[in-house]
Design a protein around this ligand. Structure first.
Ligand code: ZN
Length: 452
């Protein structure tokens, strides 16, 4: 063989040989001679060729979407909207598998919502018993066929798909509503609430719709206001006639040094709105008395008593009993605090526990009494927690229980309380108005408990 140092020429000749099959040796040589582009011209090896052919055949035989839908339709039972409504009355559960943006436009009340992508993952949380009849629906009745089959595959024995979907339900004149939903900003802000099943989106909506009145923007009202605002209580009313004083800042954390001299209700509004723009702050810059208490309380769901004097505590109690509003009570004195929740006629009221205020000589003014600055933080947040539980309808409220807190001993105790059958406010013959009741301020000492 003639040796030609010009690799290109050899390469071309050998390539031609290689393309016809060639020998291993010539393939090797050609590959080495003309390594840059030889691989591109390499014919498909028989094995690869067959594999490609198989894939093409497979694709040719794959059902189209329409064919697949027809196959599923044959295996999934479909019922129309009216039949679905009838089945639901008999105990079937509606499973809405639409996406969130579709659900935002309208829902069937009582339906369980699980977007299609999460259906297999979450259905067991929502429906444990696989014998429970399920009606799956989407917007138009197509996705629900696939959804219903997926649930059957998971072992649910009685699954149907609603033909016509949500659109068909609406067109049949069956009941539906536009849900109150959270915005995407709210979903991010309250994401840690949404993760707790006991709160979730429904609970967050309840908080946002709730109206809580804080009586006093002081030691107890400050932490309560901040935490209730952070949790997303939508309306916070604040009653306070005072202005921020330097001596308040040791414990009244809703106020700041640069707001000394500002009305407390305004200072609290600034802090709350900076924390959470979802909260509507209603300022009541006034002293609560017999003439205004019923009107102010009427607009709220829960009253949080953060006052520091007996006259106002009795006034709040009596108004709450008359209006049938929950009264979340807290009081503080030096190193000791107390908290309880009064729900009229379900448990005792404040007058059941403390029928009469202590004599004035035993009740120093709050300025004289003094309080550890950290104490109201603990008690105010217990009150805020009680308030949130009442709004959400979860847990056991402190009804008929007085929680006492000793900061020095770091000790919580609980006293069981019962109603006074002769209570002047919630017993028989109780007044129906506040007109004839006398309220006198006697200071801020915690009075002795009544012994029944
Ligand atoms: Zn009572």
């Amino acid at each position: 063989m003639e040796l030609i140092p010009d690799g290109t020429r050899i390469g071309r000749a050998k390539r031609s040989l290689y393309e016809r099959g060639g020998t291993r040796r010539t393939q090797h040589r050609v590959a080495r001679d003309d390594v840059d582009d030889n691989w591109r011209r390499k014919p498909m090896r028989p094995k690869l060729d067959q594999e490609l052919k198989n894939i093409i055949d497979l694709e040719r035989n794959m059902p189209t979407y329409q064919e697949m839908l027809e196959q599923k339709r044959a295996s999934v039972r479909e019922v129309d909207a009216r039949e679905s409504a009838r089945l639901r009355e008999q105990g079937a559960i509606l499973v809405d598998i639409r996406e969130q943006d579709e659900v935002d436009q309208g829902i069937i009340p009582g339906a369980v919502h699980i977007p299609r992508g999460f259906l297999e993952m979450r259905i067991e949380e929502a429906v444990r018993d696989r014998d429970t009849p399920l009606i799956v629906y989407c917007a138009g009745g197509v996705r629900s066929i696939f959804g219903a089959e997926a649930l059957s595959d998971l072992g649910y024995r009685d699954v149907v798909s609603m033909a016509g979907g949500f659109g068909g339900w609406k067109a049949s004149g069956l009941p539906w509503r536009v849900p109150q939903t959270l915005t995407s900003d709210q979903r991010r802000r309250y994401s840690r609430h949404l993760l707790i099943p006991e709160v979730g989106e429904d609970g967050q909506r309840k908080l946002l719709d709730a109206k809580v009145l804080l009586v006093g923007a002081g030691g107890l009202g400050s932490p309560a206001a901040l935490y209730l605002a952070a949790a997303g209580v939508g309306t916070l009313g604040i009653v306070d006639a005072d202005i921020v004083d330097e001596s308040n800042l040791q414990r009244q954390v809703v106020h700041t040094t640069d707001r000394v001299g500002m009305p407390k209700v305004e200072s609290a509004r600034v802090a709350i709105e900076a924390l959470n723009p979802d909260v509507n702050v209603v300022k009541h810059e006034t002293r609560l008395d017999q003439s205004n208490v019923l009107d102010i309380f009427a607009g709220y769901d829960v009253i949080l008593d953060g006052t520091d004097n007996f006259a106002t505590r009795y006034l709040i109690n009596d108004a709450c009993v008359l209006l049938d509003k929950p009264n979340v009570h807290g009081s503080i004195f030096r190193f000791e605090g107390q908290a309880t929740t009064f729900i009229a006629h379900e448990g005792p009221c404040y007058r059941c526990l403390f029928p009469t205020p202590p004599p004035p000589e035993l009740a120093p003014s709050c300025a004289e009494a003094g309080v550890l600055g950290l104490l109201p933080g603990t008690v105010g947040i217990i009150q805020a927690t009680e308030t949130a539980k009442l709004i959400l309808g979860i847990g056991e409220p402190l009804v008929g229980r007085l929680l006492t807190y000793d900061a020095l001993e770091m000790e919580f105790r609980e006293l069981r309380l019962s109603r006074d059958p002769e209570c002047p406010m919630c017993g028989p013959g109780a007044p129906t108005s506040l007109d004839d009741i006398e309220y006198t301020d006697v200071g801020c000492l915690i009075p002795a408990l009544a012994v029944h």
